[in-house]
Design a protein around this ligand. Structure first.
Ligand SMILES: *Cc1c(COP(=O)(O)O)cnc(C)c1O
Length: 370
C-alpha cells in the first residue's frame, strides 16, 4: 500500500473565511500595496508580538538581508557562516561583498566567536551570523568582537521568529536582524520577510530603500529596490499572528516526543532546549554517527524517503561548497571542520503544527528499525 507523504513542515494557513473577509476590505479600499492599512497594522502587530521597537516588512526574506547591507553601507569583506541557507551568502554577493567563512561551534550550530578574530582583515566591515534552527548565537561574544574592531553585526534571524532569551527578543541583538516569512518557516505569509532595526530614523531609511529610494513624490534619496509587501500578504500575516502561539505549542509537543524516544538511540544526537530561551521548534535536527548508529546519514535519509518521509538535510551541502563560493580562500574543509562534520551528519525530521501522532510514529519507527 502506498503510504501518505510526510513533509518536513507544513505552512501555517489562516482560516479561509476570515481571510476572505479581509480580502473584501482590500477590494473595497482598492489599495493593494505601498504602505496600505493592513501593511501598517501588520508592522504594529509584529512589533508587539516580537517585542521589538521598529520593523519593516518585505516581500520576502532575502531582500531584507540585501537592504540591511545597503543601509549600513557595508563593503569589502564580511565574516559569515557556511552553515545556513544559501540566501545568507547570496545577499553579500549581490552587494559586491567578499564572504569570509568562519567555522561554527558544535554546541549552537552558529558561528564560533573564538574563530572570528583571526579572520578579520583591514577590509572587514561586518559580521553576518545566523541563528540557525532558531538557536541563539553567542551574541555577547560576537558583539564584544564587533565593538573592539568597529564592525557592524547583521543577524540573519530567518529561523528566529519569536525567540527570546531571558524574556528579551533575540532580534534586538546586533545592528539589525532579518526575518523570513516564507511558507516553510514557523510563521509565514507565503512569501515575505522583515527587517528589525533599532531606531525610527533607520526605519525611515529602510522604508525608503524598499520603495526604490522614494522619500516623497518627487524625491529619490538612494538607489532603492522594490521590496514592498502587498496588502494580501499583510492580511494573511495578521491572521497568522493570532494562531502562531498555538502552532509553536504543537511543535513543542512533537519535539518533546522525539526527544523522549530518540534519547536512548545509540548514534543519534540532538539538542535540548537552552535554559532561559523561548524556542519556536521550527526545526528538529538530529545528527547521525554512522559508526555507532550502524547506518550512514544518507542511508537513513534515503530509507526515510523510500517510506514517504520527506525529512531534509538542512544544511547540506555547505554554502562554501557551491560553485560560486568554493574558490574562496575560506571555503576549505580544513577551515570549516565543524560545519563540514555537522552538514555530513544532519537530518531535520518532520515537525509542524499538523503532524499527527501516527505520522510522527512512522518517522520514529523508521529511525528505530534499522
Ligand atoms: C528562508 C531563509 C532565508 C531567505 O528567506 P526567503 O524568505 O526565502 O527569501 C534567508 N536565510 C535563511 C537562513 C533562511 O532559512
Amino acid at each position: 500500500m502506498e503510504k501518505d507523504i510526510i513533509t518536513v513542515t507544513s505552512p501555517l494557513l489562516p482560516d479561509l473565511d476570515e481571510f476572505h473577509q479581509m480580502l473584501q476590505e482590500i477590494w473595497d479600499r482598492k489599495w493593494v500595496t505601498n504602505n496600505g492599512e493592513f501593511h501598517q497594522r501588520f508592522e504594529a502587530a509584529l512589533c508587539e508580538y516580537l517585542k521589538v521597537p521598529y520593523i519593516s516588512v518585505f516581500t520576502n526574506g532575502t531582500l531584507p538581508l540585501i537592504t540591511a547591507l545597503q543601509a549600513l553601507n557595508i563593503s569589502g569583506e564580511v565574516i559569515t557562516t557556511p552553515y545556513s541557507f544559501v540566501a545568507t551568502t547570496h545577499s553579500l554577493w549581490w552587494n559586491g561583498i567578499k564572504p569570509v567563512f568562519v567555522d561554527i561551534d558544535l554546541a549552537t550550530g552558529g558561528i564560533d566567536p573564538d574563530r572570528i578574530e583571526s579572520a578579520i582583515t583591514p577590509r572587514t566591515t561586518a559580521i553576518m551570523p545566523v541563528h540557525v534552527y532558531g538557536k541563539p548565537c553567542r551574541t555577547k561574544e560576537i558583539q564584544a568582537i564587533a565593538d573592539k574592531y568597529g564592525l557592524r553585526v547583521i543577524y540573519d534571524a530567518a529561523h528566529a521568529f519569536g525567540i527570546e532569551v531571558d524574556g528579551r527578543s533575540i532580534l534586538e541583538e546586533g545592528d539589525m536582524s532579518t526575518l523570513s516569512f516564507h511558507g516553510t518557516k514557523v510563521f509565514g505569509t507565503t512569501e515575505g520577510g522583515a527587517l528589525v532595526v533599532r531606531d525610527a530614523k533607520m526605519k525611515e531609511r529602510i522604508d525608503y530603500l524598499k520603495n526604490f529610494g522614494f522619500a516623497g513624490e518627487t524625491e529619490v534619496v538612494a538607489p532603492g529596490i522594490n521590496g514592498k509587501m502587498d496588502e494580501m500578504r499583510a492580511a494573511f500575516g495578521l491572521l497568522n499572528l493570532r494562531q502562531v502561539d498555538a502552532a509553536i505549542k504543537s511543535r513543542r509537543q512533537i519535539a518533546v516526543r522525539y526527544r523522549e524516544v530518540l534519547r536512548s538511540v545509540e548514534g543519534i544526537t540532538f539538542w535540548d532546549d537552552m535554559p532561559g530561551v523561548r524556542h519556536n521548534y521550527g526545526y528538529f535536527p538530529i545528527f547521525v554517527d554512522a559508526e555507532k548508529y550502524g547506518m550512514t546519514r544518507d542511508e537513513l535519509y534515503f530509507k526515510m524517503r523510500d517510506q514517504g518521509i520527506l525529512a531534509r538535510r538542512y544544511f547540506y551541502p555547505l554554502i562554501s561548497s557551491f560553485s560560486t563560493y568554493r574558490g574562496l580562500p575560506s571555503s576549505t574543509r580544513e577551515n570549516l571542520p565543524n560545519a563540514t562534520r555537522m552538514a555530513d551528519a544532519v537530518i531535520c525530521l518532520p515537525i509542524h503544527h499538523e503532524l499527527t501522532d501516527a505520522d510522527q510514529q512512522r518517522v520514529i519507527d523508521a529511525i528505530l528499525k534499522r
